[in-house]
Design a protein around this ligand. Structure first.
Ligand SMILES: C[S@@+](CC[C@H](N)C(=O)[O-])C[C@H]1O[C@@H](n2cnc3c(N)ncnc32)[C@H](O)[C@@H]1O
Length: 300
């Protein structure tokens, strides 16, 4: 599996003292619906290093990432998109931040300066679909906040694309088994059975009400990784500050398909910021240092 580093440890560590000062001020201390410190630091360092002036954020939830982006680069132009804006605890008053309730595909990017723009995806959708979209608008940089390994997570990630794995329903709903509750009506004539079965009764409803989830699933295939390599010039992951011994899926260890880049610190106590890290961990116990292999891509 490809695990390309974008930052050397030395370069990443340079951003850490200023980041910790900023992170101390975050309004949502225990960001239950979103990212913790490993991913927040990766986003902060990427925006700084690439000298970004425009960000489009897809997936706001309570608003931690909106706050983080605004506090990484002063005066940044930000378009923040979510299907549902009602979960926001942090609501920006910044005149350079504009909210859109909907999907990123609802917005035109015709006049965008694509050299200084990055799209930050934390919307748990379908990376392949999003890459085709970015490619069509000529956007060059994107962060995919979750790069789930095959077998886990509710989105079609880069790791899954490169493993020919697709995105099965069981990654989103572990243990799911389709049960036809109308099975017992099999004695009825076919047309009557059809009128009762889910295909006829709920498909139209589902298709009109839940259009945003319709490209979430993908069957295993050999083609997406070919297209991925055509669209993407470089693909990287950003190493974490620190890794828990066990992952959030109850899996122990970080090898095999779970392999991750080496963290900056093997132990929190090894770091000169251990006091701050311990405080952050207390503010969001057992999830502050979660890590889903945050990834960054440069498009051709
Ligand atoms: C994990 S949360 C985002 C967390 C946030 N970035 C943070 O770190 O605090 C995912 C969000 O994506 C939103 N979402 C799901 N599908 C979406 C789509 N197609 N477009 C935009 N947002 C979407 C959900 O409503 C949810 O608020």
């Amino acid at each position: 599996m490809e695990l390309n580093k974008f930052f050397s440890n030395k370069e990443l560590l340079k951003y850490l003292p200023e980041f910790i000062e900023v992170y101390n001020l975050r309004p949502i201390k225990n960001n239950k619906m979103g990212m913790g410190i490993n991913h927040s630091f990766a986003v902060y360092a990427l925006l700084k290093k690439l000298n970004i002036s425009h960000v489009i954020e897809s997936g706001i939830a309570q608003g931690h990432s909106t706050w983080l982006i605004e506090n990484s680069i002063p005066d940044i132009d930000l378009i923040s998109v979510d299907l549902d804006l009602s979960n926001r605890l942090y609501i920006s008053k910044n005149s350079n931040t504009n909210y859109v309730e909907g999907d990123i595909e609802d917005i035109s990017f015709e006049d965008l300066d694509t050299n200084k723009t990055i799209v930050f995806f934390d919307d748990h959708t379908n990376v392949m679909h999003r890459l085709k979209f970015l490619n069509a608008w000529g956007i060059r940089y994107a962060i995919f906040e979750d790069n789930y390994p095959p077998g886990h997570g509710d989105s079609y990630s880069i790791r899954k694309i490169l493993s020919d794995y697709g995105q099965p329903i069981t990654d989103m709903v572990p243990g799911y088994k389709y049960k036809n509750k109308f099975e017992k009506f099999k004695f009825l004539p076919k047309n009557l059975q059809n009128r009762l079965t889910t295909a006829n009764t709920t498909w139209p409803y589902f298709l009109t009400h839940y259009h945003h989830v319709q490209n979430k699933l993908r069957k295993p295939n050999l083609v997406d990784k070919v297209l991925f390599r055509k669209i993407v010039k470089n693909y990287y992951e950003i190493q974490p500050i620190y890794l828990y011994k066990n992952q959030k899926w109850g899996v122990s260890g970080w090898d095999g398909k779970y392999r991750a880049l080496e963290p900056l610190f093997a132990e929190i106590k090894d770091s000169k910021f251990s006091t701050e890290f311990e405080k952050f961990e207390k503010e969001s116990p057992d999830r502050m240092f979660n890590y889903n292999y945050i990834s960054f891509v440069e498009l051709n």
